[in-house]
Design a protein around this ligand. Structure first.
Ligand SMILES: *Cc1c(COP(=O)(O)O)cnc(C)c1O
Length: 224
């Protein structure tokens, strides 16, 4: 894999769009991440708390670390000092913990709400009703150390392009709807995180503002 070239190719592809690249570096060692960094990439996505924390400690300070994987409440404290965006908030309980740990670190943490859009059954993500319940929760306006800035979703893992497009459209519609909704000051919807290596082209066409791309940049991961 020519990582530098891949990063440059993505920035070329995204130049005329409103979309940014999150380079998903999970399982990849620091030297590989540095190759992308040297090509100008600054936003990296990880899905494990310990791995992200270790990488943050040894890599340049101007990297923005995005948590894209399922996050357990008892681990929020480890990433709260430095994480720049959490894509995977899927409950009020988790949001409260992020708020608490952000306050301890005297900062505001931006988060996305993960929405369940795939027709296939997956464990994670809010449905539409849960999303509206959450943004209207009476406790939300009091949470001064978080800011909800958008939605994240993962399409079904399928060859069926029409299905993927349909799922992304659903998320985009929800994004538009929630933007119009009357919400507290700490909800300012601007980001729509959708699209991975297999489906980012459709995601960009459907209005993604953050694509999360791993294997198309870094090569395939060893799966266990
Ligand atoms: C691993 C991962 C990605 C990137 O997947 P690729 O297919 O390698 O691009 C994107 N989003 C999430 C949530 C992931 O866990």
């Amino acid at each position: 894999m020519d990582i530098k070239n891949n990063v440059l190719a993505f920035s070329e592809k995204l130049r005329s769009t409103n979309c940014k690249l999150v380079a998903v570096s999970k399982t990849k060692p620091n030297e590989v991440i540095l190759e992308a960094y040297q090509a100008g990439q600054r936003v990296f996505g990880e899905n494990k708390v310990q791995e992200m924390t270790e990488k943050h400690q040894s890599l340049p300070d101007d990297i923005e670390w995005h948590m894209i994987g399922h996050l357990q409440r008892n681990k929020v404290k480890y990433i709260a000092p430095f994480v720049s965006l959490i894509h995977s908030v899927d409950s009020m309980k988790l949001l409260k913990e992020v708020n608490k740990q952000a306050a301890k670190n005297d900062r505001t943490i931006e988060v996305l709400l993960q929405i369940h859009i795939a027709e296939e059954d997956t464990k994670f993500g809010l449905d539409k009703n849960e999303l509206f319940e959450l943004v209207h929760d009476i406790e939300l306006p009091e949470m001064k150390n978080i800011k909800v800035v958008g939605l994240m979703g993962m399409a079904t893992f399928t060859e069926n392009q029409e299905q993927i497009r349909r799922e992304f459209k659903m998320l985009k519609d929800l994004f538009i709807e929630i933007k119009k909704e009357y919400t507290p000051e700490n909800v300012q919807i601007r980001e729509l995180s959708m699209g991975m290596s297999g489906d980012y082209e459709i995601a960009i066409e459907e209005g993604s503002t953050l694509i999360r791309v791993g294997s198309s940049i870094f090569g395939s991961r060893n799966t266990h």
